[in-house]
Design a protein around this ligand. Structure first.
Ligand code: NAG
Ligand code: NAG
Length: 409
């Protein structure tokens, strides 16, 4: 009995046909990307997702281009680990954000414990930048030249560079980098500059002062380490991005993750996480000269959050077991994709694999068939430019998130 064999759906394996990078590019971004790290590249499930250029068109090196890895002993350079990741990205045809040249953290002890004069530290910094930019010349889309130079109140962070050289270490770093690669985009990168305030203003003043002096700075990276429910609104993120692009630089979200401050997440929390991700991704889409979004790893399995913020986590778009957060589907639908699923139908008399289109919700939530006619739970049901369905399946309501996005919740 063929017909009845198809009826009992015992298991659903949602497969998202929406693909982040393909959809982001269709919306005008250059890429949707992820950070990664060397140790993760032995995980075959992880690698198969990360290598999929439909999902990720860009890779950021999480650690192994940092100073402690690349110049562990003064003037002795080690590119082996960084090269593993740059080769991986190049093999997949993915863009590279190279990260980073000057940062207060992950420095070798010869820097942090050295005895420096202004002149000797400037010389060491210039030598580091010259060698690293030269080694990776032609491979990077962007370089984070200086990372996290400001405190939250907009004052300069006190580190060995600031203490020894003064604020002039930043212009010197940018000026030096520009000598060794004409084509890469040089960025300033920081967190807590995703909304207006003293720190964003300090970063903008840095851009203006470099430009006024004729020193090349091409972009500002807004890290985007957010907390569920405390992520700035779409409108405020757009206006903040525009306050940077108005200065003649491009912008990007460079380290996006949106963590729960307590675990496990509630259903309402997962919905909020979707809204927060959408507001951030769509702020970039809606801002001219916002070029891309990079997540600071795509799976909770390799997120930095639990080890840094005790008791917090689930900040990524994929869970640790590589099933998808509801937020993944929210982002896909916001980017104009559809999240569909392959249903596997099993009966007592025979096993029949049938492919049916089911509008998917989430691997962690009840899946709702689209046969009711409306938009499925979590799906987009309205917003500026939205031409898809506006009525939601039974049990859900089309809920306004922002001018660009309403969602069936
Ligand atoms: C990339 O991922 C998408 C979404 O999971 C999938 O449909 C597609 O087949 C994958 N492509 C490759 C080459 O694995
Ligand atoms: C260090 O030297 C640079 C370059 O000459 C100069 O601009 C800067 O002000 C000096 N810093 C200090 C603390 O003297």
């Amino acid at each position: 009995m063929y017909a009845s064999a198809l009826l009992p759906i015992v298991a659903l394996f949602p497969v998202a046909l929406g693909q982040l990078n393909a959809l982001a590019k269709a919306k005008g971004l250059k890429y949707f990307g992820s950070a990664t790290d060397n140790s993760e590249l032995s995980d075959t499930t992880y690698v198969s997702i990360l290598s999929n250029i439909s999902q990720f068109g860009q890779i950021t090196l999480g650690n192994t281009q940092k100073w402690v890895y690349t110049e562990p002993t003064q003037n002795t350079f080690s590119w082996t680990q960084g090269d593993v990741i740059t080769s991986f990205a190049e093999g997949n045809g993915q863009l590279l954000r190279c990260h980073n040249l000057v940062w207060y953290n992950e420095l070798p002890s010869w820097i942090t414990s050295g005895t420096w004069t202004n002149a000797t530290l400037i010389a060491a910094m210039k030598n580091h930048i010259a060698n690293e930019v030269t080694h990776y010349k032609g491979q990077c889309y962007a370089w984070d030249v200086v990372n996290e130079a400001f405190n939250d109140d907009g004052t300069y962070r006190v580190d060995v560079f600031y203490t020894t050289i003064g604020p002039e270490y930043i212009p010197i770093a940018f000026e030096t980098a520009a000598l060794y690669d004409d084509t890469v985009k040089f960025y300033y990168n920081d967190y807590n500059i995703e909304y207006a305030g003293a720190k964003a203003t300090a970063a903008q003043n840095l851009v203006s002062s470099l430009k006024a002096r004729g020193i090349r700075i091409d972009g500002v990276g807004l890290q985007g380490h957010f907390i569920v429910g405390e992520t700035p609104s779409l409108a405020s993120q757009i206006s903040n991005l525009e306050s940077f692009t108005a200065l003649g630089v491009e912008v990007a979200y460079t380290e996006l993750d949106i963590r729960f401050s307590s675990l496990p997440p509630t259903t309402a929390g997962l919905t909020q996480q979707g809204t927060d991700y959408v507001n951030t991704v769509m702020a970039c889409v809606e801002t001219k000269n916002c070029v891309g979004v990079t997540v600071w790893d795509f799976t909770d399995k390799y997120s930095w959050i639990p080890s840094t913020f005790s008791g917090q986590g689930d900040a990524c778009l994929w869970y640790s077991d590589f099933t998808l957060h509801p937020a993944y589907y929210s982002v896909v639908t916001a980017l104009g994709g559809t999240a569909t699923a392959t249903a596997s139908t099993v009966t007592s008399s025979a096993t029949t694999l049938a492919t049916s289109t089911v509008t998917s919700t989430s691997a962690k939530a009840t899946t709702t068939s689209s046969s009711g006619g409306g938009v499925a739970k979590w799906g987009q049901c309205g917003g500026t430019g939205w031409t898809g369905g506006t009525s939601c399946v039974a049990g859900t309501t089309c809920t306004y998130s922002n001018a660009y996005y309403s969602q069936c919740l």
